[in-house]
Design a protein around this ligand. Structure first.
Ligand code: CTP
Ligand code: MG
Length: 254
């Protein structure tokens, strides 16, 4: 007989209510089709340590003292599945609203922004496909922006661990100093008004970025990095699920 599954809420006590204002809206984007993962259920719904994968990031944001509200962006035809298989299985303290996804991730974030109450000063955009994000990391990003009025945003990112090559075709052109290179992750936290303006400008200029920070940067907004770890992987390929399962399983035991 296998050991009983650890309670998914086992880590709920690690972050207390804190003394920060609840002035942040989370936008968790879960509207992708998971082509590279290749499971017909969609990677956000596959089981990870006993729950649909996207549940873990929703719980991490729900525990964050700065977060007042959570927007989950999903395909409209999947919204009843999100309600039934994900949200109704969790005991959440914060209100959750759904927003319809778009064709690209950037469209999905813009859709989510459309239902963010403007009185919430900060917005934290997160990939549902990053189930290992920790509440402390979310709080660290919000705290960084909160503490520095000159910042438009702060993102979780990891120092490059590999030597990087600039390659044209298959020929190496240069070996840049890797100490200048960081790999961007999520959450990416911004002043709500700044991210909304950046998305409006991206529509106007027909600009497609690969993350939200790039939209803010191109308008001259200052965005800083908050150092992350390798744990915060984006489940992209089928083999990533086993890595996530091992890391999360280990955490749930401690
Ligand atoms: N996403 C989204 N709307 C889209 C595309 C992506 O909300 N139109 C979300 C995904 O659900 C995921 C996150 O953005 O949580 C990061 O995207 P990615 O890892 O690329 O997921 P998919 O686009 O689903 O996967 P693939 O690119 O392999 O199809
Ligand atoms: Mg994608």
């Amino acid at each position: 007989m296998s050991a009983p599954a650890p309670c998914p809420c086992a880590r709920a006590e690690r972050v207390g209510s804190g003394d920060v204002p609840a002035d942040t809206c989370a936008i968790i984007v879960a509207g992708g089709s998971g082509e590279r993962f290749g499971d017909p259920r969609g990677k956000q719904f596959v089981e990870l340590c006993g729950l649909p994968l996207m549940s873990w990031s929703i719980m991490a944001f729900d525990r964050a003292p700065s977060v007042a509200r959570i927007v989950v962006v999903c395909a409209p035809e999947r919204s009843s599945q999100v309600e039934k298989d994900v949200l109704s299985q969790l005991t959440l303290a914060k209100p959750v609203v759904l927003a319809p996804s778009g064709v690209t991730r950037q469209d999905s974030v813009r859709s989510g922004l459309g239902v963010v109450p403007r009185e919430l000063e900060f917005v934290a955009v997160h990939d549902a496909a990053r189930p290992l994000v920790e509440t402390e990391q979310i709080e660290a990003c919000v705290a960084a922006v909160r503490a520095d009025a000159s910042l438009a945003g702060a993102i979780l990112a990891m120092r490059s661990i590999d030597t990087l090559k600039l390659v044209e075709g298959t020929t190496i052109i240069a070996t840049p100093d890797r100490s200048f290179y960081w790999a961007a992750q999520t959450p990416q936290v911004f002043r709500t008004a700044r991210l909304a303006a950046a998305h409006r400008a991206a529509v106007r200029d027909e600009y497609q970025g690969t993350d939200d920070a790039s939209l803010v940067e191109r308008l001259g907004g200052r965005v800083r990095v908050v150092e992350s770890t390798r744990d915060n992987i984006k489940v992209t390929m089928p083999e990533d699920l086993a890595i996530a399962e091992a890391t999360l399983g280990q955490r749930l035991l401690t």
